[in-house]
Design a protein around this ligand. Sequence first.
Ligand code: ZN
Length: 305
Amino acid sequence: MSFSKQLKQKLRSRLSILRRDKPAVLGFLFHGLFQDAREIAAAHVDAQQGITIEHMRRFIEHFLQAGYRFISPEQDESGLTDEGRYASITFDDGYANNLRMLPLMEEYQIPATFYITTGNVEQQECFWWDVVFRERALRGVEKAEISREQKMLKDRHHLDIITYLKQQFGDNCLHPWSDTDRPMTVTELQDFAAHPLVYIGNHTRNHYLLDHYSDTEVLEQIQLAQNDLLEWTGRLPVSIAYPNGNFSKTATSAARNSGLKSGLTLQKTKNRLPLAGNFTMGRFTLWGNQNIDIQCKIFRSDISL
Ligand SMILES: [Zn+2]
């Protein structure tokens, strides 16, 4: 991070004391949960926010100390008050490394919600962006260059992305390398979902960016994931995290027509209760390479600079 950005962050976190912690639900998006910096450096995945267990602990303690209660968009909202301060931990994709969250959830007695891309779980295939990242990193390609390739692929049809990967890196390129990169197995997901602090949500069948596809494809992606999750966990999710945060009118109506009650985006906005009925819920992102407390203070603040 640049020096001027660091200064600005510090200023924002100091100013946050003037106006913060208004009643709201703050959503937070996570992807992987890493043991430590060494696991990130092994480059089996594109670490994205690079959040380790220690970062997560700091984040949880910050919000608990500030008087926030952790809740899930999947939970029954009766009993929550619109005057409360709430935070919601959400993980997208369904990485097996998310199972490491459970000891922390038990220690602090807090729920978290896991949005699952069910096709990857069923097929035990890695996520395409991780394949691009690790294969290029292995060949010594710079991060900026890898990001450009990922960005270029994002706009393609999912089936074309898979064809591209296989052409570039071989037919087995989607096979997991380790516990860092693989999705949960169906059995792991079943056991995990049975825990009272674990909530499971929809992240589509194949991680389609829902604003890129036809009405039929969007509906199918949402409903296939609903069916998978019902079959595996015995419960139908009531919320969806739109892959990449991308949504459209088609996506929100498809979600509604599939019986879902809320949709999670990547808009950096606070939410109000009830979450049910909100199909454009905002979520913030925490970065492991920046000061955790400073970021948390800024999330709590209602001052924007
Ligand atoms: Zn995702």
